[in-house]
Design a protein around this ligand. Structure first.
Ligand code: IMP
Ligand code: MG
Length: 334
């Protein structure tokens, strides 16, 4: 897998961070680069008993040898970025932000907080991403190269990626949000402020479609959604609790809505992302007996049946199966 992109197949919160963290540890990429919207996304990785909650830095952080880049299509809130670098003692020489990465200011957050539409109808994360993208479209947004405090991090991200590709080194591209939060392909208007499918994530970091070898679409073993918008098969709060599917958002702490795995959404996500592999996360939440299992043969029959049904129905191999919170709780079928 010289160049792989990891994207969400549902409404975000599929567990992309843990999948990227696992691939980084196993495959040892030269570069882990983040595409997607910006700090409205929260990726969580649990490694060696330590929890990393990342809104800007790529989840490849836990593999200490890779470069950690943020693409020009992404938004950065410098406060959030500096907090993460400090909190997780990230070596600054590993971090690179493209000169054209957009900058979120407090005014963007203030504008979103004042919007009844965003706050109440869309139930946005109110992290300033949408308003910053508005300013980018108006061509008045500040870019990373304009910000003195970011000077030591400014690089040309596409150039770094192309150099790695030319040297046959591995590049891991981390998407954020999920297919049905895409501005174009999601449940508009209950979506985020950009397209977040694989093509867009690649564009965010400066990679064209022919350079991508693998697209890994991440599905959780059930569907969740935070914020407003349709969710087919939505369970009641009581049903969610009974099934043990209760979850809270990484960025906003909001209770996530939930529904059973959707083959219809999954089929569409496969097409929209031209997925070559599927990662299934939180299998142990739906099938508790699989908790911590790292070998296919040790899975229960009903869990195997669920995975094989996904492969048969969707026609794409399930290569990564996550069975616990620790980043190495994985059945790797690649
Ligand atoms: P915004 O992108 O913060 O404006 O939020 C728009 C909608 O997308 C809201 O329903 C959010 O809850 C949802 N959303 C945005 N980013 C994420 C994410 O990373 N995970 C899950 N939901 C998200
Ligand atoms: Mg999240």
């Amino acid at each position: 897998m010289p160049i792989g992109v990891v994207v969400g197949g549902f409404f975000g919160d599929e567990g992309k961070g843990s999948v990227v963290g696992y691939l980084a540890l196993k495959d040892k990429p030269e570069i882990c680069v983040r595409g997607g919207v910006g700090p409205n996304a929260g990726h969580t990785v649990l490694y060696n008993g330590k929890e990393y909650k990342l809104r800007q830095i790529p989840s490849g952080l836990i593999y200490e040898k890779c470069r950690l880049l943020i693409g020009p299509g992404v938004l950065v809130n410098p406060d959030v970025l500096f907090d993460e670098i400090k909190k997780y003692s990230v070596d600054p020489s590993r971090v690179g932000i493209d000169k054209h990465t957009g900058i979120i200011r407090s005014q963007h957050i203030e504008r979103e907080k004042k919007s009844k539409h965003l706050k109440e109808e869309i139930q946005s994360t109110l992290t300033g991403c949408g308003e910053a993208n508005v300013d980018r479209v108006r061509r008045i947004l500040s870019l990373a190269k304009d910000i003195d405090s970011l000077a030591e991090y400014i690089v040309d991200v596409p150039e770094e990626i192309w150099r790695a590709i030319d040297q046959n080194k591995l590049v891991l591209i981390e998407g954020t949000q999920g297919t049905f939060l895409s501005l174009y392909h999601g449940t508009y208007p209950f979506v985020t402020s950009k397209d977040v499918c694989a093509s867009a994530i690649c564009s965010d970091v400066g990679v064209g479609p022919k350079d991508v070898d693998d697209v890994i679409v991440v599905f959780k073993a059930y569907v969740t959604r935070v914020g407003a918008g349709p969710l087919l098969g939505e369970l009641s709060k009581e049903e969610i609790e009974e099934r043990g599917w209760t979850e809270y958002g990484t960025v906003t702490g909001r209770l996530r809505r939930a529904a059973p795995f959707s083959f219809d959404l999954a089929r569409r996500a496969i097409k929209l992302n031209s997925a070559t592999q599927i990662a299934i996360t939180k299998l142990d939440v739906v099938f508790p007996e699989t908790a911590g299992v790292r070998k296919w043969d040790k899975l229960s029959d009903r869990a195997k049946k669920f995975i094989l049904e996904i492969e048969d129905t969707l026609g794409v191999p399930v290569t990564i199966i996550r069975t616990g919170k620790e980043v190495l709780d994985v059945i790797d079928r690649r």
